[in-house]
Design a protein around this ligand. Structure first.
Ligand code: 4NP
Length: 145
């Protein structure tokens, strides 16, 4: 059965589209559907952030076709697993939960000892550090499925 996984950050232009692209490239042989969304509406309809795309492209991840969208309560029904990049995302997602039982996890839960958040490179400018951590979390997620 297909496992539908949604990655969520704030803007859906840095961390969650990167997580989507990295996990897509890692998911060969897995029966998964992958998407990403942002809790905020600031960048809806926009492609991923330019420097983020460039850092990802240097590692072979193409996310140029992705466009930002906002997380909605309907996503609880559309996905089997929702993965948040930080505790703020987790709180904002759970505020829309209603009666859904869909699990919401922190991405770093899949990478033991990696801290409790994926830092936002929109502010840190450490795009490669964020990609390093996303790759580690994605490996752990793959191993958990
Ligand atoms: P993201 O980073 O949540 O990793 O996509 C952000 C990008 C832009 C903004 C916030 C977070 N913003 O408020 O413009």
């Amino acid at each position: 059965m297909t496992t539908r996984i949604l990655f969520v950050c704030l803007g859906n232009i840095c961390r969650s589209p990167s997580a989507e692209a990295v996990f897509r490239s890692l998911s060969e042989g897995l029966d998964v559907q992958i998407d990403s969304a942002g809790t905020g509406a600031y960048h809806v309809g926009e492609p991923p952030d330019g420097p983020m795309q460039q850092a990802a492209a240097r590692r072979g991840y193409d996310m140029s076709d992705l466009r930002a969208r906002q997380f909605t309560a309907a996503d609880f029904d559309r996905f089997d697993l929702i993965i948040a990049m930080d505790a703020d995302n987790l709180r904002d997602i759970n505020r829309l939960r209603g009666a859904s039982q869909t699990p919401v996890r922190l991405f770093t839960d899949y990478a033991g000892g990696a801290g409790d958040m994926v830092p936002d490179p929109y502010y840190t400018r450490d795009f490669d550090g964020t990609l390093d951590l996303i790759e580690r979390c994605a490996q752990g997620l793959r191993g958990s499925l």
